[in-house]
Design a protein around this ligand. Structure first.
Ligand code: RIB
Length: 300
């Protein structure tokens, strides 16, 4: 099972602040770090570090070469990564407060310059039994899902960030949703509902799809046909939650590629994201498989 990730790459400018900035306020940050990020890059890194074979199709500017390096250092295939001469790399401005919670502002830059020709070239070597992974931070998300479906690939969608574009996309193309409760509520059209009801609504809307719904401190809910599962979190001291969901998504798919059962995929992905939130940054915080196994051994 090979994975093709059509996804974003961002330079994350991470500001440590004592509270999220409000309108009309000027706020001094304690420090700023630049990390590799972008939901697409983070998920490719998480897949590869957990042992999956992943190819990343996306675009950066000439100012984003550290992102290419991060992918390569993590074992991601970058033959389809494009470097635009006339576009800046996508970036994110991220506030992190002392609890580890974050607020993220993104500017797409080169992430919005994917082309159909490049997409077809990238997908040429993939077919039945392989996985397409998409998020919602690039253009061509729906085209990628349609192409993958024509090829008999499994379509995995992390519908994040949630917005009108993804809400109006043909989500019946999706075989596997990996979403959080905010995205789940929006996709199910049930604001303010309890988590199990969100899952039930999503299952009613997308009855053929496998649904993985992360619900913060309450862990993760899962449904495929009549199989409903729940996995709790692994409590750790929280430093920075940025990229935790991406780590979960990538590790879940890598576990799937290892042939693990759904309960085992949920368990190992939850452990990987626990490790990620205990460290700063998005991509740099993502553990490799040895670290996940060592964490698992400590759980007894
Ligand atoms: O999911 C975390 C990511 O969201 C960050 O790395 C940031 O770049 C945004 O894409």
């Amino acid at each position: 099972m090979k994975i093709l990730n059509v996804g974003s790459l961002n330079l994350d400018r991470v500001y440590q602040v004592d509270h999220f900035i409000a309108g009309k306020e000027t706020l001094a940050a304690a420090r700023m770090d630049t990390f590799a990020g972008g939901k697409g890059l983070n998920q490719s890194v998480a897949c590869a570090r957990a042992g999956a074979e992943v190819w990343h199709y996306g675009a950066i500017g000439t100012d984003g070469l550290m992102l290419k390096q991060m992918l390569e250092d993590s074992g991601v295939h970058t033959g389809f990564l494009k470097i635009r001469q006339d576009q800046p790399t996508g970036h994110a401005i991220i506030q992190v407060v002392p609890s580890g919670e974050n607020g993220i502002l993104i500017l797409a830059g080169a992430n919005d310059t994917l082309t159909r020709t490049e997409l077809q070239e990238a997908a040429a070597g993939f077919g039945a039994g392989d996985v397409l992974l998409v998020q919602n931070e690039t253009n061509l998300t729906e085209e990628a899902m349609r192409l993958a479906k024509e090829k008999g690939m499994l379509v995995a969608c992390n519908a994040s960030p949630i917005n009108d574009a993804i809400l109006h996309a043909s989500l019946d193309l999706v075989d596997l949703f990996l979403i959080n409760e905010v995205e789940g509520r929006a996709l199910a059209g049930v604001p303010g509902t309890a988590y199990d009801q969100i899952l039930a609504c999503l299952h009613a809307h997308f009855s053929k799809a496998e649904i993985v719904l992360t619900v913060g401190a309450d862990g993760v809910l899962y449904q495929k046909d009549n199989q409903v599962l729940q996995q709790g979190i692994y409590p750790v001291p929280v430093v920075d939650t940025t990229g935790a969901g991406d780590t979960f998504t990538g590790c879940f798919l890598a576990c799937r590629a290892r042939g693990m059962s759904a309960p085992a995929c949920l368990k190992y992905a939850s452990m990987a994201s626990a490790i990620a939130v205990s460290r700063p940054g998005a991509a740099p915080s993502i553990p490799d498989w040895q670290e996940v196994e060592a964490f698992a051994a400590l759980q007894g």
